[in-house]
Write a protein that binds this ligand. Sequence first.
Ligand code: ME8
Length: 517
Amino acid sequence: MTGKTAYYLTTPIYYVNDSPHIGHAYTTLACDVLARFKRLDGFDVKFLTGTDEHGQKVEKSAQAAGVDPQTFTDRVSQNFRDLAAFMGYSNDDFIRTTEPRHIEACQALWKTLIDKGEIYLGGYQGWYSVRDEAFWGEDELKTGPDGSKLAPTGAPVEWVEEPSYFFRLSAWQERLLAFYEANPDFIAPPSRRNEVLSFVKGGLQDLSISRTSFSWGVPVPGDPAHIMYVWLDALTNYITAVGYPDMTGDYARYWPADLHMVGKDILRFHAVYWPAFLMAADLAPPKRVFAHGWWTNEGQKISKSLGNVIDPIKLVETYGLDQVRYFLLREVPFGSDGDFSHRAMVNRMNSELANDLGNLAQRSLSMINKNCEAKLPQPGDFTEDDRVMLDSAAALLPRLRDCLDRQMFHEGLESVWQVVRAANGYVDRQAPWGLKKTDPARMGTVLYVLAETVRQIALLLQPVMPGAIGRLLDQLAVPQERRDFAGFAHRGEPGTPLPKPEGVFPRYVDPEGTGAA
Ligand code: ME8
């Protein structure tokens, strides 16, 4: 067992009715950056993602594809694993809800809830949306253009009447409110917290948690005519992956999870139902749920029927993996909705990556290569300007820790770019190219300060752009064992030979020369 502090974070598990799209790539990317950051910062990280394979939506998609649900889910789940590898995600586990370990965990949780009197058998009559895999109250529905009833999400609903087990959610209203009160950081961002609070204050109904009208799901223990409601099944994945029902080992180490990252549409399941299920089973609720916003495409809502779904693989092929990773976390305040546009993507890529950071690194390293025999120069005494530069780079580590603990990726990146811009100002002011003849020792000091600033910036940017930044750290000759945050304060050794520098952030050039950028 390591002496490191455990940090457990999860993505939602994705429905296998669909190919992976930008929404999936985005949620997992945010977790990946956080996981990488925490690992570099000395935590024992467990980062989980996976696929949600049961339920009526998946069963219907399998039927439409003309294959049995297991064959179908095997195929589609693989697409999500392939995406994870392609995007460079560093997840430690990939869970599938059709695995035996998960079925065992769901049935154990169910039995505990039955034993504690939290589940009873009744009958369900009401509206169900297969697309949302959610029950909706009559008062929540709206009317579509053709007069049909629709869920508040716009999804079609159908009337369902069947025997069903219920979870006594209504009994949890006050205890949930007390839990939110005692844990003000449980739901983020704060606007979402208010939304959940007012939903719970509005009163909770008991929740139907089994279905009998189809069979693609986890059988209810002792009553196999019923299968578990897909959300009870799906949420349980977070404890399956730490070994539940065995509560020693990984469960003891990693549970409760430090963070469930979710999209805003599935917050209610994570912030209301899930803590209620857990508390009812005498298990600890997670520490935090963060609901991020949704992307639109060139100003339009993304939908299959509009044909404007963004394929993350195409995006990466067009702009580059590190560039896409940077853009998605930089462009939009995390938690708000955001718009993807070619123009915005190219703008960030060319002005911030190629110009601001790329040029800073390239010109600093080229001058060292040319004027300092390709070795890290020996610095002399630091001036006030040098010290301000070095101090502002050093202040970034605590600043980023704070931003990332609040999942404010854009704020963290903006702080880094303030230092990048300050460093470009420092180069212009110090004009080291003019010192070669007049004061070579001072030139060495300035170039040392620059190399040091770029090193610190690069260390902190590794989680966002592991490929390009890895190459930049190679060019700074930072040894692998000094690339974690324990090595942050460890300045480069003067005299270290540096390889010939090469740009790591190419400019985007429009292939058709349309000048869209
Ligand atoms: O909800 N922009 O699975 P899912 C940003 N199986 N995020 C988006 C998006 C967009 N345009 N479209 C979708 C499920 N998402 C359940 C989860 S967890 C126990 C079970 C996000 O495949 C969406 O908010 O529908 C959600 O977080 C995820 O992508 C897709 O989930």
